[in-house]
Design a protein around this ligand. Sequence first.
Ligand code: GRF
Length: 219
Amino acid sequence: MKSEKAEPARIVVLISGSGSNMQAIAESCAKKELDGEIVAVISNRPEVMGLQRAKEFEIATDVVDHTEFSSREEFDANLIRAIDEHTPDLVVLAGFMRILTSDFVRRYKGRMLNIHPSLLPKYKGLNTHQRALDAGDKEAGVTVHFVSEDLDGGANIIQAVVPVLDDDDEGTLRSRVQIQEHVIYPIAVKWFVEGRLSLNKGDAYFDDKPLPIQGLQLK
Ligand code: GRF
């Protein structure tokens, strides 16, 4: 992307809550670790902490409140309008807790990333940390992946692996994983804006080479 234009890549971040991943990416942009700019943070919930964090970074914010629409299609159409106003190169889902329609996913295919707190393809969906604990897993982690129409099923880009400790509960495991979320999401965004990542026929490529199923793994 960088080679095609002089301006930093335009990033729109979608959130539903605390926005700590958005902040990690915003900090990376501010430090010029990646040649991108978060041009808008859009939340489907009003008054979440992530909107406050965005304002502290002087990032434009918007709310498209899903409760104001009678169907998923109508919500997504309005969300598309709000996103496209900012002509993004990349759409980043960062704790965005809505299931998206196929039309929405197709529109941003190959330029929309998500972060999911498990070692995908393990534990798609919710309660990932408790499920890893219940299964007696020795390792847990987090994955950044391209978004596809299959929920949490798009091609993996990067994973961070953390140990599960004997005395872990959901909270301690979540905290350990979240530290890594804030490491790998800015890395994935950096790779994207440098034009090193692509999606081809559902597979993720890094520097034109297919990535392994789990993505690149940081241990
Ligand atoms: C993170 O744990 C992320 O993995 C999951 O939702 C959470 C968002 O946290 N998808 P935050 O809003 O970025 O603080």
